[in-house]
Design a protein around this ligand. Structure first.
Ligand code: BGC
Length: 332
Protein backbone atom coordinates (compact mmCIF):
# COMPACT_ATOMS: atom_id res chain seq x y z
CA UNK A 1 0.00 0.00 0.00
CA UNK A 2 2.79 2.36 1.05
CA UNK A 3 4.67 1.58 -2.17
CA UNK A 4 1.61 2.29 -4.33
CA UNK A 5 1.09 5.58 -2.53
CA UNK A 6 4.74 6.57 -3.02
CA UNK A 7 4.50 5.85 -6.77
CA UNK A 8 1.30 7.90 -6.94
CA UNK A 9 2.95 10.87 -5.17
CA UNK A 10 5.97 10.63 -7.46
CA UNK A 11 3.81 10.61 -10.60
CA UNK A 12 1.83 13.59 -9.37
CA UNK A 13 5.06 15.48 -8.62
CA UNK A 14 6.34 14.72 -12.14
CA UNK A 15 3.08 15.95 -13.60
CA UNK A 16 3.23 19.21 -11.63
CA UNK A 17 6.89 19.79 -12.69
CA UNK A 18 6.06 19.08 -16.35
CA UNK A 19 3.15 21.54 -16.30
CA UNK A 20 5.36 24.13 -14.57
CA UNK A 21 8.17 23.76 -17.12
CA UNK A 22 5.78 23.97 -20.08
CA UNK A 23 4.32 27.16 -18.67
CA UNK A 24 7.80 28.63 -18.05
CA UNK A 25 9.04 27.90 -21.59
CA UNK A 26 5.81 29.13 -23.14
CA UNK A 27 6.18 32.47 -21.31
CA UNK A 28 9.91 32.72 -22.18
CA UNK A 29 9.23 32.13 -25.88
CA UNK A 30 6.63 34.91 -25.77
CA UNK A 31 9.13 37.35 -24.17
CA UNK A 32 11.89 36.41 -26.68
CA UNK A 33 9.53 36.92 -29.61
CA UNK A 34 8.55 40.29 -28.22
CA UNK A 35 12.21 41.35 -27.90
CA UNK A 36 13.05 40.28 -31.46
CA UNK A 37 10.05 42.16 -32.77
CA UNK A 38 11.01 45.25 -30.78
CA UNK A 39 14.60 45.20 -32.08
CA UNK A 40 13.50 44.99 -35.69
CA UNK A 41 10.75 47.55 -35.45
CA UNK A 42 11.78 50.71 -37.33
CA UNK A 43 11.32 52.75 -34.14
CA UNK A 44 14.20 50.93 -32.51
CA UNK A 45 16.75 51.41 -35.26
CA UNK A 46 19.37 54.09 -34.53
CA UNK A 47 18.30 57.51 -35.80
CA UNK A 48 21.53 58.11 -37.72
CA UNK A 49 23.70 56.05 -40.05
CA UNK A 50 27.28 57.32 -40.52
CA UNK A 51 29.99 55.91 -42.78
CA UNK A 52 33.58 56.06 -41.51
CA UNK A 53 36.20 55.32 -44.17
CA UNK A 54 39.79 54.73 -43.07
CA UNK A 55 43.07 54.02 -44.81
CA UNK A 56 43.93 50.45 -43.84
CA UNK A 57 41.90 48.12 -41.69
CA UNK A 58 44.82 45.79 -41.12
CA UNK A 59 46.73 48.32 -39.03
CA UNK A 60 46.69 49.00 -35.26
CA UNK A 61 46.31 52.72 -35.85
CA UNK A 62 43.03 52.29 -37.76
CA UNK A 63 41.85 49.62 -35.36
CA UNK A 64 42.06 52.27 -32.64
CA UNK A 65 40.16 54.79 -34.79
CA UNK A 66 37.45 52.12 -35.24
CA UNK A 67 37.35 51.28 -31.51
CA UNK A 68 36.84 54.94 -30.68
CA UNK A 69 34.00 55.27 -33.19
CA UNK A 70 32.32 52.04 -32.06
CA UNK A 71 32.51 53.07 -28.39
CA UNK A 72 30.79 56.34 -29.34
CA UNK A 73 28.19 54.28 -31.24
CA UNK A 74 27.37 52.41 -27.99
CA UNK A 75 26.72 55.70 -26.23
CA UNK A 76 24.73 57.55 -28.89
CA UNK A 77 21.73 56.94 -31.13
CA UNK A 78 23.81 56.10 -34.19
CA UNK A 79 24.98 53.22 -36.36
CA UNK A 80 28.59 53.51 -37.56
CA UNK A 81 29.58 51.61 -40.68
CA UNK A 82 33.36 51.41 -40.48
CA UNK A 83 35.12 50.40 -43.68
CA UNK A 84 38.37 50.73 -45.58
CA UNK A 85 40.80 48.77 -47.71
CA UNK A 86 42.80 46.08 -45.92
CA UNK A 87 46.04 47.74 -47.04
CA UNK A 88 46.44 51.36 -48.13
CA UNK A 89 44.64 51.79 -51.46
CA UNK A 90 43.30 55.26 -52.29
CA UNK A 91 41.23 54.05 -55.30
CA UNK A 92 39.38 51.56 -53.12
CA UNK A 93 38.84 54.23 -50.49
CA UNK A 94 37.33 56.51 -53.15
CA UNK A 95 35.00 53.71 -54.26
CA UNK A 96 33.80 53.25 -50.69
CA UNK A 97 33.20 56.97 -50.49
CA UNK A 98 31.11 56.85 -53.66
CA UNK A 99 29.13 53.89 -52.31
CA UNK A 100 28.41 55.76 -49.08
CA UNK A 101 27.09 58.70 -51.12
CA UNK A 102 24.87 56.37 -53.17
CA UNK A 103 23.62 54.73 -49.97
CA UNK A 104 22.52 58.21 -48.80
CA UNK A 105 24.03 57.83 -45.34
CA UNK A 106 23.44 60.65 -42.88
CA UNK A 107 27.10 61.63 -42.63
CA UNK A 108 30.52 60.61 -43.96
CA UNK A 109 33.80 60.66 -42.04
CA UNK A 110 36.77 60.08 -44.32
CA UNK A 111 40.54 60.34 -44.39
CA UNK A 112 41.29 62.68 -47.30
CA UNK A 113 44.51 61.13 -48.52
CA UNK A 114 45.10 63.02 -51.77
CA UNK A 115 43.71 65.79 -53.96
CA UNK A 116 41.54 63.18 -55.71
CA UNK A 117 39.32 63.08 -52.65
CA UNK A 118 38.28 66.69 -53.02
CA UNK A 119 35.68 66.33 -55.84
CA UNK A 120 34.19 63.26 -54.19
CA UNK A 121 33.87 65.04 -50.82
CA UNK A 122 32.20 67.96 -52.60
CA UNK A 123 29.87 65.57 -54.43
CA UNK A 124 28.66 64.22 -51.07
CA UNK A 125 28.09 67.73 -49.72
CA UNK A 126 26.21 68.81 -52.89
CA UNK A 127 23.92 65.83 -52.28
CA UNK A 128 23.22 67.01 -48.74
CA UNK A 129 25.54 64.63 -46.90
CA UNK A 130 27.86 66.39 -44.43
CA UNK A 131 31.51 65.29 -44.47
CA UNK A 132 34.18 65.32 -41.76
CA UNK A 133 37.82 64.64 -42.63
CA UNK A 134 39.79 62.52 -40.17
CA UNK A 135 43.56 62.01 -39.75
CA UNK A 136 44.28 63.82 -43.04
CA UNK A 137 42.49 67.01 -43.96
CA UNK A 138 41.27 68.52 -47.24
CA UNK A 139 40.82 72.15 -46.17
CA UNK A 140 39.95 73.28 -49.71
CA UNK A 141 37.01 70.91 -49.93
CA UNK A 142 33.48 71.52 -48.66
CA UNK A 143 33.97 69.32 -45.61
CA UNK A 144 32.45 70.82 -42.47
CA UNK A 145 35.33 70.09 -40.11
CA UNK A 146 38.57 68.13 -39.57
CA UNK A 147 39.50 65.96 -36.60
CA UNK A 148 43.08 64.77 -36.23
CA UNK A 149 46.71 65.70 -35.73
CA UNK A 150 48.01 69.03 -36.97
CA UNK A 151 50.38 67.25 -39.31
CA UNK A 152 52.48 70.30 -40.15
CA UNK A 153 52.94 71.07 -36.46
CA UNK A 154 53.77 67.43 -35.75
CA UNK A 155 56.53 67.65 -38.40
CA UNK A 156 57.83 70.81 -36.72
CA UNK A 157 57.79 69.07 -33.33
CA UNK A 158 59.82 66.21 -34.82
CA UNK A 159 62.31 68.72 -36.32
CA UNK A 160 62.71 70.65 -33.06
CA UNK A 161 63.18 67.45 -31.06
CA UNK A 162 65.86 66.19 -33.46
CA UNK A 163 67.69 69.54 -33.41
CA UNK A 164 67.67 69.60 -29.60
CA UNK A 165 68.70 65.97 -29.13
CA UNK A 166 71.46 66.19 -31.75
CA UNK A 167 72.59 69.57 -30.40
CA UNK A 168 72.18 71.24 -33.76
CA UNK A 169 74.48 68.85 -35.65
CA UNK A 170 73.00 66.12 -37.89
CA UNK A 171 73.08 64.62 -41.36
CA UNK A 172 69.52 63.48 -41.95
CA UNK A 173 67.76 60.98 -44.21
CA UNK A 174 63.95 61.02 -44.43
CA UNK A 175 61.67 58.09 -45.17
CA UNK A 176 58.13 59.23 -45.88
CA UNK A 177 55.08 57.03 -46.46
CA UNK A 178 54.19 58.83 -49.66
CA UNK A 179 55.11 61.93 -51.66
CA UNK A 180 51.47 62.47 -52.65
CA UNK A 181 49.57 61.83 -49.41
CA UNK A 182 48.77 65.14 -47.76
CA UNK A 183 49.61 64.22 -44.15
CA UNK A 184 53.02 62.82 -45.07
CA UNK A 185 53.78 65.91 -47.16
CA UNK A 186 52.90 68.14 -44.21
CA UNK A 187 55.01 66.12 -41.78
CA UNK A 188 57.99 66.53 -44.12
CA UNK A 189 57.32 70.24 -44.73
CA UNK A 190 56.99 71.02 -41.02
CA UNK A 191 60.24 69.19 -40.32
CA UNK A 192 62.06 70.96 -43.16
CA UNK A 193 60.75 74.33 -42.01
CA UNK A 194 62.45 73.89 -38.63
CA UNK A 195 65.77 72.44 -39.75
CA UNK A 196 66.15 74.98 -42.59
CA UNK A 197 67.23 77.54 -39.98
CA UNK A 198 69.81 75.28 -38.39
CA UNK A 199 73.20 75.48 -40.02
CA UNK A 200 74.54 72.22 -38.64
CA UNK A 201 71.56 70.13 -39.81
CA UNK A 202 71.42 68.94 -43.41
CA UNK A 203 68.83 66.71 -45.12
CA UNK A 204 70.71 64.64 -47.69
CA UNK A 205 67.95 62.42 -49.10
CA UNK A 206 64.19 61.82 -48.96
CA UNK A 207 62.63 58.57 -50.15
CA UNK A 208 59.08 57.23 -50.10
CA UNK A 209 58.04 53.86 -48.71
CA UNK A 210 54.68 53.52 -50.42
CA UNK A 211 53.19 52.97 -46.96
CA UNK A 212 54.88 49.61 -46.55
CA UNK A 213 57.40 48.47 -44.00
CA UNK A 214 59.29 46.36 -46.57
CA UNK A 215 59.87 49.30 -48.92
CA UNK A 216 60.77 51.54 -45.97
CA UNK A 217 63.46 49.01 -45.09
CA UNK A 218 64.74 48.72 -48.69
CA UNK A 219 64.84 52.50 -49.18
CA UNK A 220 66.62 53.05 -45.86
CA UNK A 221 69.14 50.35 -46.71
CA UNK A 222 70.02 51.98 -50.06
CA UNK A 223 70.06 55.41 -48.46
CA UNK A 224 72.50 54.36 -45.75
CA UNK A 225 74.71 52.65 -48.35
CA UNK A 226 74.76 55.80 -50.53
CA UNK A 227 75.22 58.14 -47.58
CA UNK A 228 77.40 56.60 -44.91
CA UNK A 229 77.53 60.07 -43.32
CA UNK A 230 73.83 59.89 -42.29
CA UNK A 231 73.57 59.92 -38.50
CA UNK A 232 69.86 60.64 -38.10
CA UNK A 233 66.71 59.23 -39.70
CA UNK A 234 63.22 60.70 -39.67
CA UNK A 235 60.25 58.50 -40.62
CA UNK A 236 56.79 60.00 -41.12
CA UNK A 237 54.78 56.87 -40.24
CA UNK A 238 54.77 53.93 -37.86
CA UNK A 239 55.73 51.55 -40.68
CA UNK A 240 58.59 53.79 -41.80
CA UNK A 241 60.04 53.77 -38.29
CA UNK A 242 60.05 49.96 -38.13
CA UNK A 243 61.60 49.62 -41.62
CA UNK A 244 64.32 52.14 -40.71
CA UNK A 245 65.34 50.13 -37.65
CA UNK A 246 65.53 46.84 -39.56
CA UNK A 247 67.71 48.37 -42.31
CA UNK A 248 70.08 50.04 -39.85
CA UNK A 249 70.34 46.79 -37.89
CA UNK A 250 71.25 44.78 -40.98
CA UNK A 251 74.09 47.26 -41.61
CA UNK A 252 75.11 47.18 -37.93
CA UNK A 253 74.42 50.88 -37.66
CA UNK A 254 71.41 50.86 -35.41
CA UNK A 255 73.22 52.15 -32.30
CA UNK A 256 74.99 55.01 -34.10
CA UNK A 257 71.94 56.45 -35.87
CA UNK A 258 69.43 58.71 -34.12
CA UNK A 259 65.89 57.65 -35.10
CA UNK A 260 62.63 59.55 -34.81
CA UNK A 261 59.30 58.43 -36.25
CA UNK A 262 55.54 58.47 -35.72
CA UNK A 263 53.00 56.65 -33.56
CA UNK A 264 53.10 55.02 -30.14
CA UNK A 265 51.64 51.71 -31.30
CA UNK A 266 52.81 48.52 -29.53
CA UNK A 267 55.50 47.57 -32.07
CA UNK A 268 56.93 51.10 -32.13
CA UNK A 269 56.87 51.33 -28.34
CA UNK A 270 58.77 48.06 -28.12
CA UNK A 271 61.53 49.48 -30.35
CA UNK A 272 61.65 52.61 -28.20
CA UNK A 273 61.90 50.53 -25.02
CA UNK A 274 64.74 48.52 -26.56
CA UNK A 275 66.55 51.77 -27.38
CA UNK A 276 66.40 51.09 -31.13
CA UNK A 277 64.26 54.16 -31.75
CA UNK A 278 65.02 57.42 -29.91
CA UNK A 279 61.76 59.34 -30.22
CA UNK A 280 58.15 58.68 -31.22
CA UNK A 281 55.60 61.34 -32.09
CA UNK A 282 52.38 59.95 -30.64
CA UNK A 283 48.94 60.61 -32.09
CA UNK A 284 45.41 60.04 -30.73
CA UNK A 285 43.64 57.66 -33.12
CA UNK A 286 41.07 56.43 -30.55
CA UNK A 287 40.10 60.00 -29.70
CA UNK A 288 39.86 60.87 -33.41
CA UNK A 289 37.37 58.04 -33.96
CA UNK A 290 35.30 58.80 -30.88
CA UNK A 291 35.10 62.55 -31.38
CA UNK A 292 34.40 62.25 -35.10
CA UNK A 293 31.06 60.62 -34.21
CA UNK A 294 30.23 63.28 -31.63
CA UNK A 295 31.11 66.01 -34.13
CA UNK A 296 28.96 64.45 -36.85
CA UNK A 297 26.04 64.20 -34.42
CA UNK A 298 26.46 67.90 -33.66
CA UNK A 299 26.44 68.67 -37.38
CA UNK A 300 23.34 66.62 -38.24
CA UNK A 301 21.51 68.13 -35.26
CA UNK A 302 22.31 71.63 -36.51
CA UNK A 303 24.76 72.54 -33.76
CA UNK A 304 27.82 74.56 -34.76
CA UNK A 305 31.28 72.98 -34.68
CA UNK A 306 34.82 74.37 -34.93
CA UNK A 307 36.29 74.26 -38.44
CA UNK A 308 39.32 72.34 -37.24
CA UNK A 309 39.64 70.03 -34.24
CA UNK A 310 43.26 69.16 -33.59
CA UNK A 311 44.15 66.27 -31.36
CA UNK A 312 47.46 66.29 -29.47
CA UNK A 313 50.80 65.14 -30.85
CA UNK A 314 53.04 63.99 -27.99
CA UNK A 315 56.79 63.41 -27.85
CA UNK A 316 57.77 60.12 -26.25
CA UNK A 317 61.43 59.30 -25.66
CA UNK A 318 63.70 57.51 -23.19
CA UNK A 319 63.47 60.66 -21.06
CA UNK A 320 59.73 60.37 -20.35
CA UNK A 321 59.15 56.70 -21.15
CA UNK A 322 58.61 55.72 -17.49
CA UNK A 323 55.80 58.24 -17.10
CA UNK A 324 54.20 57.50 -20.43
CA UNK A 325 50.81 55.85 -20.27
CA UNK A 326 49.64 54.73 -23.72
CA UNK A 327 46.87 57.25 -24.19
CA UNK A 328 45.35 56.09 -27.43
CA UNK A 329 42.29 54.66 -25.69
CA UNK A 330 41.63 57.74 -23.55
CA UNK A 331 38.02 58.74 -23.79
CA UNK A 332 37.98 62.37 -24.81
C1 BGC B 1 49.00 57.99 -40.07
C2 BGC B 1 47.86 57.27 -40.70
C3 BGC B 1 48.35 56.00 -41.33
C4 BGC B 1 49.00 55.15 -40.27
C5 BGC B 1 49.52 53.85 -40.84
C6 BGC B 1 49.75 57.09 -39.11
O1 BGC B 1 50.89 57.76 -38.74
O2 BGC B 1 48.55 59.15 -39.40
O3 BGC B 1 47.32 58.08 -41.71
O4 BGC B 1 47.29 55.28 -41.93
O5 BGC B 1 50.10 55.87 -39.76
O6 BGC B 1 50.35 54.01 -41.92
Amino acid sequence: MNRKRAIYVLLMACLVIAIGLSFYFYKKAQVDRLEITKATEPDNLPSYHFALIGEEMDHDYWRLVGEGAKDAEKKYDVFVEYEGPRRSNPEEQLKLLDQAIKAKVDGIIVQALTEDFLPMINKAVYQGIPVITIDTDAPESLRTTYIGTDNYLAGQIAGKTLVEDKKGQATVGIITGSFTNAHHQLRVEGFKNVVADIEGVEIVEIEESNITQVIAEEKTYEMLKNHPEIDALYGTSALDGIGMVHAAESLNRSSSIYMISFDTLPENMELLEQGKVDVLIGQKPYEMGYRSIELMLDIVKGRSVEEVNHTDATVVSQKNLDNFIPQERDEP
